[in-house]
Design a protein around this ligand. Structure first.
Ligand code: NAP
Ligand code: MG
Length: 402
């Protein structure tokens, strides 16, 4: 069989620890034998980030802007212990935060569903994708610990001087205080990313906030979404047969639990943080969650939602075989290859991505799976295998399908 050609490259971002090991195995066994893999390679492993004073991360992000599609391995976000472990020059920022800042994107997270792993919520049949706004709110809030009696005020000073002042609270005794902000620009990009992604994936879009209580802050989100929908997307949604609707977050939670899934749920920053962990846990496993960052210009970065699986890596270093689950990382690759195929109109690449995903699910359905899935599976004939054997089984199945 001739290998599938890729006229244009994708940005490949290598990472750390166990996922770096899986990354190489996936390339060697599931990609290189079948595809003339065309990538621009960036090593985002922590040693290389340290060596380049983290320039490599910015270069990778710029490359995504140029080539429009990237795939990323999980990476270590350094903390004090990692600074010690890797003898780092500095506590470098999270690569995901750096890339997100360069691309100004929205992150969409969706579970990979298989027959033999039943979601905790009985009615869920299709994936629920969470779209999380990743700017402002409590993540950039200013906070103050009030130690005694005093007045808290909200003051805004525009170019001509003070234009707004309101008492927040007259404190009689100790308490706490917080000020949050967001910008119309960021909310508008978030809205467009959500509407575009809904059209791209042909799924309904839900959006929820607490605008009955937050009559300026959350209502700004609600109105921006509504205005952009009416002006720019309504016709395309009707044509695609999909729906946009807004509801209060408490109502959304109730509807999500009663739903069958199969839609995108757009959330403000904090809501998205919390709800994505709830949804991924309810679907079974973090090792089965994919994540894609979509920028307002239509650039895409695919990755697994989990981290570098450090505990397994330390076992691997001791020479033990691990049963780490490569599925979300494989689906990051298939997502990127399919998107490349769509942009370049190379349908063989899209078909290959579909078949590789099919092969992964077929192997799990046959009862062969990694340890994390074996614990959750309802299948009667479960066989727990190592990552190496699991990937070998996927290769065998893929060869059959191709
Ligand atoms: P983690 O790597 O997601 O792993 C946490 C635990 O979840 C693992 O110990 C394992 O449980 C289970 N797990 C996660 N993915 C799995 C998989 N594919 N197969 C099997 N089990 C899986 O999170 P962490 O240990 O908190 O973080 C490790 C490093 O990853 C940190 O340095 C963090 O900075 C980084 N991180 C990176 C990203 C990213 O690049 N997007 C995201 C999150 C974290 P058992 O040990 O019980 O088997
Ligand atoms: Mg979180």
């Amino acid at each position: 069989m001739d290998k599938i050609k890729m006229p244009n490259p994708i940005v490949e971002m290598d990472g750390d620890e166990m996922t770096r090991i899986l990354w190489q195995m996936i390339k060697d066994e599931l990609l290189l034998p079948f595809v003339e893999l065309n990538t621009e390679y960036y090593d985002l492993g922590l040693p290389k980030r340290d060596e380049t004073d983290d320039r490599i991360t910015n270069e990778a992000a710029e490359a995504i802007k140029r080539l429009r599609v990237g795939v990323k391995c999980a990476t270590i976000t350094p903390n004090a212990q990692r600074v010690e472990e890797y003898k780092l020059k500095e506590m470098w920022k999270s690569p995901n935060a750096t890339i997100r800042a360069v691309l100004d994107g929205t992150v969409f997270r969706a579970p990979i569903i298989t027959e033999s792993i039943k979601p905790y919520v009985g009615g869920w049949k299709k994936p629920i994708t969470i779209a999380r706004h990743a700017f402002g709110d409590i993540y950039k809030a200013t906070e103050h610990r009030v130690t005694g009696k005093g007045r808290a005020e909200l003051v805004f000073t525009d170019e001509n001087g003070e234009s707004f002042r309101e008492t927040v609270y007259d404190f009689d005794s100790a308490g706490v205080l917080q000020a949050q902000f967001n910008t119309d620009n960021s909310i508008e990009s978030f809205a467009r990313a959500c509407f575009d992604f809904a059209l791209d994936t042909k799924q309904d879009l839900w959006f929820s906030t607490k605008d009955t209580i937050s009559k300026k802050y959350d209502q700004t989100f609600k109105h921006i979404f509504a205005d952009i929908y009416e002006a720019e997307y309504k016709q395309a949604f009707e044509k695609a047969g999909i729906e946009y609707f807004y509801t209060l977050i408490d109502d959304a939670v109730a509807r999500v639990i009663r739903s069958e899934g199969g839609f995108i749920w757009a959330c403000k920053n904090y809501d998205g943080d919390v709800m994505s962990d709830m949804v991924s846990t309810a679907f079974g496993s973090l090792a089965m969650m994919t994540s894609v960052l979509v920028s307002p210009e239509g650039n895409y970065e695919y990755e697994a939602a989990h981290g570098t699986i450090t505990r397994h890596y330390y076992k691997h270093l001791k020479g033990e075989e691990t049963s780490s689950n490569p599925i979300a990382t494989i689906f990051a690759w298939t997502g990127a290859l399919r998107k490349r195929g769509e942009l370049d109109a190379t349908s063989e690449l899209c078909t290959f991505a579909d078949k590789l995903e099919r092969a992964c699910l077929d192997v799990i359905e046959s009862g062969v799976m990694t340890g994390d899935l074996a614990l959750l599976s309802s299948s009667p004939n479960v066989k727990k295998v190592s990552s190496k054997d699991f990937i070998a089984a996927i290769r065998e199945r893929l060869t059959e399908i191709l």
